[in-house]
Design a protein around this ligand. Structure first.
Ligand code: ARG
Ligand code: ZN
Length: 393
């Protein structure tokens, strides 16, 4: 994995161009959509090596190796440590293949028949089921609810790991930890562990750096729509693209993709109970709220700001780790068509996108040994915000 800072428009154009070669993956920095750029090269073959070498000398002066052992890291993350008794990590401290996650969903439901339900909310482009778990730990009537989705972007593996972590935590610490008990007594939780199963499977099988879903476009040979640009919130304006070969392709029309449509349909039919919407991403350590699709402030901006500020302070105090916070458009960049903005406009006034660890050292390749800290940090933020929502409503 190389990092390159283009200095001229010509260099930017060349970098944009090489992203259409399938053996080279160009990722845009999360803080600026244009520069610096991250070049991920996965399959090392000689012709590609020469091209990158030539390109290094001739065009891009500033070129740094960010991770020299990316392939090794990837291999370690896909190793199934259940077969390796030396590793002391638990199930939740490892990354899991899509098949493993489907098994986990089924087992969690079977082991907790009174409190956990698996709801089929739709299916993916390649016809994989989209299961949301419903956790209902206290059977009082007319409870409010929160929604958490993970893995809208395929390569952000820490996100699905968080969804699994959260379920395990809620089930184990209900009645033991005061905060999670208060939350679960007042809210049902809907959790979609892998919102983009086709993309997630593709990151395990073929290309670890894949972001979008896997839908085939009518107009182009390039595959995939950025599901977080496919919602109906200033759809495909600045910060998204109509070009299918880009990483931020918005799709043919809002909710053109079965994955975004499934989530939107579910939330539309549950909008009276769902008061809190959370979407888990990585990386860059940020707690974001609407809007991302416009520079305008949300009507309850100060409320939202106060919530993420307290969450970030607690993370800092407990883990000495820094999370930035603020509205999406002002903290990272304009990014229309996102699920958080759409949910907010639907009426879910507490709507957030979390960018989990790290800040770029490993980026999407966060080693499994970091899962527990990353998830515990995010858990503090979720608990803090959920408790505040309960108080306010
Ligand atoms: N990194 C995320 C993305 O580019 C940020 C999401 C923030 N929210 C949003 N609606 N764009 O998709
Ligand atoms: Zn993301």
């Amino acid at each position: 994995i190389l990092t390159i800072t283009p200095k001229t428009q010509e260099q930017v154009d060349i970098l944009r161009n090489i992203s259409s070669h399938y053996e080279v993956e160009v990722g845009f920095s999360s803080t600026s959509p244009c520069s610096p750029l991250f070049i991920f090269r996965l399959s090392i073959n000689s012709s590609c090596a020469i091209r990158v070498g030539a390109f290094d000398n001739e065009v891009c002066v500033y070129f740094r190796v960010l991770l020299a052992n990316a392939n090794e890291l990837i291999e370690m993350q896909t190793m199934n440590s259940t077969t390796d008794p030396r590793s002391g990590s638990t199930f939740y401290e490892r990354y899991h293949s899509l098949d493993d996650i489907y098994h986990w969903i089924n087992k969690t439901r079977q082991d907790n028949p009174d409190t956990v339900e698996a709801i089929l909310i739709g299916s993916s482009y390649e016809k994989r089921p989209l299961y949301a778990l419903k956790l209902s730990l206290n059977n009082s009537m007319n409870k409010k609810a929160m929604w958490i989705d993970c893995g809208i972007h395929a390569r952000e593996w820490i996100a699905p790991a968080f969804c699994l972590w959260f379920v395990q935590y809620a089930l184990s610490f209900y009645k033991l930890n005061q905060e999670i008990t208060d939350i679960m007594d007042n809210m049902d939780v809907y959790i979609l562990p892998v919102m983009n199963p086709d993309g997630y499977h593709y990151t395990w099988a073929t290309n670890r750096m894949w972001r979008k879903n896997r839908s085939v476009s009518k107009s182009s040979k390039c595959i995939g729509v950025d599901l977080n640009r496919n919602f109906d919130a200033n759809w495909c304006t600045e910060g998204a693209s109509h070009e299918p070969c880009t990483e931020i392709y918005c799709g043919a029309f809002p909710e053109s993709e079965p994955e975004s449509q499934a989530v939107a349909n579910f939330l539309r039919s549950h909008k009276d109970s769902v008061q809190l919407y959370l979407s888990m991403h990585s990386y860059s350590q940020m707690l974001l709220f609407p809007y991302s699709c416009t520079l305008d402030e949300a009507e309850n901006h100060n409320d939202l700001l106060e919530m993420v500020q307290e969450a970030a302070q607690l993370i800092r105090r407990h883990y000495r780790n820094i999370y930035k916070y603020g509205s999406g458009s002002k903290t990272i960049y304009l990014a229309p068509g996102g699920s958080d903005d759409w949910a907010y406009n639907l009426g879910i006034k507490y709507s957030f996108t979390f960018e989990l660890q790290d800040r770029g050292r490993y980026g999407f390749l966060l080693p499994p040994s970091h899962i527990s800290r990353a998830c515990n940090e995010a858990l503090i933020a979720v608990k803090t915000i959920a408790l505040k929502v309960i108080k306010k409503t």
